[in-house]
Design a protein around this ligand. Structure first.
Ligand code: LLP
Length: 417
């Protein structure tokens, strides 16, 4: 459920018409709904019903500081994968002790930064990383709170680029090697072993892979128990899918209940962390764009819009499907089949293909489900300034990121003397 809906044939985000935002802020422009963000966060938080848990929103999905601020105010923690994301959380007012730090390539500077700031845990993905964290912690005269990320070798049945929990993926430690690594870690003076983590992929539409991975992780927890290593924190990552088109993913409530059921059968009382990104912010945002031209081709028409693959790369990169809708529905106009494409000089620059749309030049369209992995993956390809971002809050809206200027794009460049 989201708060984007038509009122008399005009698309609104909460109480604000998208056309009024375009008129003031211009296009292309990302528009987010605060009420939707809050609703989705609550959908993850509520089902735990008193069980000790943290919802650590995955900053990578959408790191705008106003988005982080809204979630922080609801009590969210944050899952980060870089020092830059930590800085964003801090700038938004988020407390570092609610932050978990994942990622296979943490640099010395990033680890030092995270330890100095006092993040809640680092998810360790390899033995050399563990050694590096230990050395840095000792040099800072503190202990790093660590979870080891397990690769459970479970097929998440999603796009191969966003599957992370299969044996061949670069992520995590193979579950059969985990025990030995925990034993090594338990002897390191800079390491405090607090947890175990896993994340098997993104845009999952079934609960079974999550439950299978959880079983594997709990097997490791049991083995650790036997050798005297007692962990308190269980981080199950993110990955719950959303509806872009005809997918029918479980609701957060169903997904969490399935996890709780597994935990009960295994008599596990650990603190549970989830790291949802897409399911919180994906359907809380749209990309608002204007039709520059309708180009009639020999076989099909092209709606050339002012947003492109640099603004939203998911269709080009994963052949991802995003719904595209008219901002103003004109009842007496016929729809026609078209590809919705951007101005970038590549045939891979499309936002949607073969869609029936009733649009003309200068009309506005909204690309739905663009709140996650939209702006954050945008680039300046073709010297295109990145889009503005707007947050709607009831009947008001706020520009939460200004549109870039073309000159700012080369402000750090230097001519040869
Ligand atoms: N935790 C970890 C360790 C992750 O690697 C990810 C996502 C998440 C949490 C959040 O997953 P989510 O709940 O958002 O599925 N750019 C791709 C998605 C990449 C996801 C990478 N990791 C896309 O546009 O589909």
């Amino acid at each position: 459920m989201d708060h984007f809906e038509y009122r008399q044939n005009e698309l609104f985000a909460e109480g604000v018409s998208l056309a009024s935002i375009a008129a003031e802020v211009g296009t292309p422009c990302y528009v987010y709904s605060r009420a939707t963000l809050e609703r989705h966060f609550h959908a993850f938080d509520a089902p735990f019903n008193g069980l000790a848990h943290s919802i650590c929103y995955a900053v990578k999905a959408n790191g705008n500081i106003a988005v982080l601020q809204v979630l922080d105010q609801m009590g969210a923690g944050f899952d980060i994968v870089s020092g830059g994301e930590l800085d964003r959380v801090i700038a938004a007012g988020g407390p570092p002790n609610r932050v978990v730090f994942s990622g296979v390539g943490k640099s010395i500077e990033e680890i030092r930064h995270a330890l100095r700031r006092g993040v809640r845990a680092l998810s360790v993905e390899s033995e050399p990383e563990l050694q590096r964290i230990n050395e840095i912690a000792i040099s800072l005269d503190l202990q790093a709170s660590v979870a080891i990320r397990i690769n459970p070798d479970v097929d998440p049945r999603t796009h191969p680029y966003i599957a992370t929990g299969l044996r061949g993926d670069k992520f995590g430690v193979p579950f059969e090697d985990a025990l030995a690594l925990y034993q090594k870690a338990s002897k390191m003076s800079g390491i405090c072993l607090t947890g175990i983590a896993c994340h098997i992929g993104s845009q999952l539409t079934e609960v079974e892979p999550f439950c299978d991975a959880l079983q594997r992780v709990l097997d490791v927890v049991d083995e650790l128990h036997k050798i005297g290593i007692h962990l308190t924190h269980l981080d199950l990552g993110g990955g719950l899918g959303i509806q872009y088109s005809t997918e029918n993913p479980p609701a957060p409530q169903q997904y969490i209940q399935a996890l709780i059921d597994v935990l009960k059968t295994r008599e596990c009382n650990m603190h549970v962390t989830l790291e949802p990104g897409r399911a919180i912010v994906g359907n809380a945002g749209v990309l608002l764009t204007k039709v520059e031209y309708i180009k009639k081709g020999p076989d099909k028409n092209f709606a050339i819009v002012d947003a492109a693959m640099n603004d939203l790369i998911r269709p080009a990169l994963y052949e991802a499907w995003h719904d595209v809708v008219e901002v103003n529905k004109t009842v007496d106009r016929d729809s026609q089949k078209c590809d919705v494409v951007g101005p970038v000089c590549e045939s891979g620059d499309f936002l949607a293909r073969d869609r029936m749309l009733a649009i003309e030049q200068d009309d506005l369209v909204a690309v739905r489900s663009a709140g996650a992995y939209g702006f954050v993956m945008s680039s300046n390809y073709n010297a295109r300034p990145r889009a503005a971002e707007v947050m709607v809050d009831g009947d008001a809206f706020h520009v939460i990121r200004e549109r870039e200027s073309t000159t700012s794009l080369f402000s750090g460049e230097h001519l040869l003397r």
